[in-house]
Ligand binder design. Structure first.
Ligand code: PLP
Length: 393
């Protein structure tokens, strides 16, 4: 069976796929259909937080599949309630959860909460959501409009009204008006090019918005699930937003989205829903993933892995300042700014040929989002391969 030909014939061409077909993986190691081995510094764009084919997650999902997979949200779902408890407790915030199926869907839910909260007195229609330029919030019609990248707004209009883009945190205050329902930001812009926000500015924004009763929505689709140290980047930044969205890493490879909010009274029955969101299978995955990561946080191994990865990346960066101009990010979310787009494309291609997977972000950033369970041996092997890859450029 020629997978490439089937893909070309039957799948819509929305992805510029690399010429590789992976068939199995174990932790941060992947194998393609020719048996070639690769080290994965991408974790499927921040998704397989606990590694490929994690034994505990596999066991939990097999057990769940053999009991019950889906019954709809018309009835109580044990793993959903447990997943909500685990997620809320790991965050330390006094919140409740809604379960969706993706990051974009979680952000849709967050926008609905902010807008309904904005309707609280009925007198003023608060519907505007301020987001940042270079942000990324998803691919649905609403979240693509929430995304502050004009070239993503081609073709698909008319869009829902009310999205306003700020050129950085400093510009948000001046864009606020009586119709503002919320402010939605990523603490470290991921797709935009690994751009961490300034902690003090974020804290000042939080204080300012709280005084005005305008919810702060933190899109943690990429930064959540211990990607940058704490369970949420919001904890790392020392803020208490009203709404947090999660997806990617919190499901470990099973499609999930989570909206967490301290605005517990806003939604009532019928305001929001999902057929699949929160089903037995996806929330069982969340339970197991969060348990594994909690244990690794507690025993210090998450921190040690991040330290080891950062040291290896720093060494690589210092050796190749002819190719890269800056190292950015923290935790297990990093970028190296390439000197230009061509250099970046060549590094990514050569890396793949030499057996290490890395990502592009923004226009010229080489992005690293390894599984949080990557071993020191895998890190060494990956950077050795990257070294060979750039030496051939
Ligand atoms: N928000 C952020 C910050 C993301 O990085 C992404 C995906 O990359 C999304 C939202 C969209 O998530 P999904 O592709 O699961 O809809």
């Amino acid at each position: 069976m020629d997978i490439k030909q089937l893909d070309k014939t039957y799948v819509l061409p929305t992805y510029a796929r690399a010429d590789v077909e992976f068939v199995r993986g174990k932790n941060a190691t992947l194998f393609d259909n020719t048996g070639k081995k690769y080290i994965d510094f991408t974790s499927g764009i921040g998704v397989v937080s606990v590694g490929h084919a994690n034994e505990r997650v596999t066991r939990a999902l097999c057990e769940q599949l053999s009991n019950i997979t889906h019954i709809s949200n018309l009835y109580h779902i044990g793993p959903q309630a447990l997943a909500a408890q685990k997620v809320v407790e790991a965050s330390g915030y006094d919140m409740q959860c809604f379960f969706a199926n993706s990051g974009a869907e979680a952000n849709e839910g967050a926008i609905k909460i902010a807008r309904k909260h904005g309707e609280r007195d009925g007198a003023i229609k608060r519907y505007k959501i301020i987001t940042l330029n270079h942000s990324f919030h998803g691919r649905t019609i609403t979240t693509v409009k929430a995304t502050g990248q004009a070239d993503m707004h081609n073709y698909f209009g008319p869009f829902p009204d009310g999205f306003v883009y700020a050129d950085g945190i400093d510009a948000i205050e001046s864009l606020l008006d009586d119709h503002t329902a919320g402010v939605m930001i990523e603490l470290i812009q991921g797709e935009g090019g690994v751009e961490p926000q300034d902690k003090e500015k974020v804290q000042a924004l939080e204080k300012f918005l709280k005084a005005k009763n305008i919810p702060l929505i933190i899109d943690e689709v990429q930064t959540g699930a211990y990607r940058v140290g704490e369970f949420t980047a919001s904890q790392t930044y020392g803020i208490s937003p009203e709404i947090i969205t999660l997806a990617k890493g919190v499901g470990g490879g099973v499609p999930v989205g989570v909206v967490m909010t301290s605005l517990k009274g806003v939604f009532s029955a019928g305001d929001h829903g999902s057929t699949f969101g929160g089903n037995f299978l996806s929330t069982r995955a969340i339970c197991e993933v969060v348990d594994i990561l909690n244990e690794k946080k507690r025993d210090g191994s998450l921190e040690l892995t991040a330290l080891y990865f950062n040291n290896a990346l720093e060494k690589f960066y210092k050796k190749h300042t002819d190719l890269f101009t800056k190292k950015v990010g923290f935790g297990m979310m990093y970028g190296l700014r390439a000197k230009d787009g061509d250099t970046l494309a060549n590094v990514i291609k050569s890396a793949r040929e030499h057996g290490v997977m890395v990502l592009k972000a923004g226009r010229n950033t080489l992005r690293f989002l390894p599984p949080l369970t990557i071993t020191e041996e895998e890190i060494d092997e990956g950077f050795n391969a990257l070294e060979s890859a750039v030496s051939k450029l």
